[in-house]
Write a protein that binds this ligand. Structure first.
Ligand SMILES: Cc1cc2nc3c(=O)[nH]c(=O)nc-3n(C[C@H](O)[C@H](O)[C@H](O)COP(=O)(O)OP(=O)(O)OC[C@H]3O[C@@H](n4cnc5c(N)ncnc54)[C@H](O)[C@@H]3O)c2cc1C
Length: 271
């Protein structure tokens, strides 16, 4: 771990929150191991959450029909993205590990963190037609979601009222992180910290510190490689992949499940 760089992107309004405690625990544990840790404290930074033409310095290509992805690609190539985006891209480029620390909002991320994703992971810089998924830009970087819930774990199960957490995490872990090439590590889920006794919260934080001691050696979650999809056929799975998986109990991933039972592979590596 020594010499590695970590970026913690943190979204909570309160320094007294459990999320703040999880962020502080990570910063301390990783710094103690010799890592350089940067924190983007999004609310404190008043980070702009909306993707607009103001994100580009100077004139845009087509103000009448403004298209964010294409315009930010041209601006990124010309070094004309706004200073706040450029600074976050600098931090991200330098990081070996990125931790997104947030409270779950509406089965997803707080808007300010979604804004960080929309504005920092721009076309050209973070992905392109050629560079995505297993061939993605950030394939040498690791990332993990570290978040709190209001709900108990049982509510986010295949038998629970909120449904399977594996499904909830698919858009974030596959659609954003794996799409940009990141090696996605097992999420760190702090279940319902507001509803457990103080000792349980302390144990959760202790477990988090312990996990961080070996985090860069962890096996990432499994996703299906780009090579398994046929570009000429609208990126459908190739027949040989189907043959290989015919006898398997679970579908390969939560999204590409082949009509089989969902694999538990969005929450644990090696399954
Ligand atoms: C808009 C919105 C949407 C939401 N959507 C969802 C949803 O879809 N699904 C869902 O499950 N939940 C949802 N929630 C609930 C939300 O996820 C939880 O309220 C949040 O995750 C709790 O985390 P926190 O950091 O805010 O907890 P806090 O309430 O800040 O902390 C919990 C407890 O930990 C204590 N604490 C702080 N520091 C420490 C420390 N160092 N050691 C020990 N204890 C400490 C605090 O004092 C407090 O008692 C939503 C909430 C909002 C506002």
């Amino acid at each position: 771990m020594a010499g590695k760089r970590v970026l913690i992107v943190y979204a909570h309004q309160s320094a007294g929150s459990f999320n703040a405690a999880a962020k502080d625990a990570a910063k301390e544990a990783l710094t103690t191991q010799g890592c350089t840790v940067e924190v983007s404290d999004l609310y404190a930074m008043k980070f702009k959450a909306t993707a607009t033409a103001e994100d580009i310095i100077g004139d845009v290509q087509n103000a009448d029909n403004f298209r964010y992805a294409e315009e930010t690609k041209v601006a990124w190539e010309a070094g004309k993205l706004s200073d706040d985006i450029t600074e976050e891209q600098r931090k991200l480029t330098q990081a070996d590990l990125i931790i997104l620390q947030f409270p779950m909002y509406w089965f997803s991320l707080p808007a300010i963190m979604k804004g960080w994703i929309d504005r920092v992971l721009t076309l050209g810089y973070a992905f392109s037609q050629e560079k995505r998924y297993s061939q993605g830009v950030f394939k040498d970087k690791k990332v993990l979601l570290s978040f709190t819930t209001g709900s108990q774990e049982s509510m986010f199960s295949a038998n629970g009222i909120n449904g399977d957490m594996n499904v909830t995490l698919w858009p974030l872990q596959n659609g954003i992180l794996h799409y940009c090439g990141f090696q996605v590590l097992t999420p760190q889920i702090f279940w319902a910290p507001s509803h457990v006794p103080s000792e349980v919260r302390s144990t959760m934080l202790e477990g988090w510190r312990k996990r961080l001691e070996g985090v860069l050696g962890e096996e990432p979650l499994a996703f299906t490689s780009m090579d398994c999809f046929d570009r000429e056929k609208g990126f459908q799975l190739k027949p040989e992949f189907h043959e290989e998986h015919a006898a398997k109990e679970f579908g390969p991933t939560v999204g590409t499940h082949l009509g089989k039972p969902l694999p538990p592979n969005q929450m644990r590596a090696g399954v």
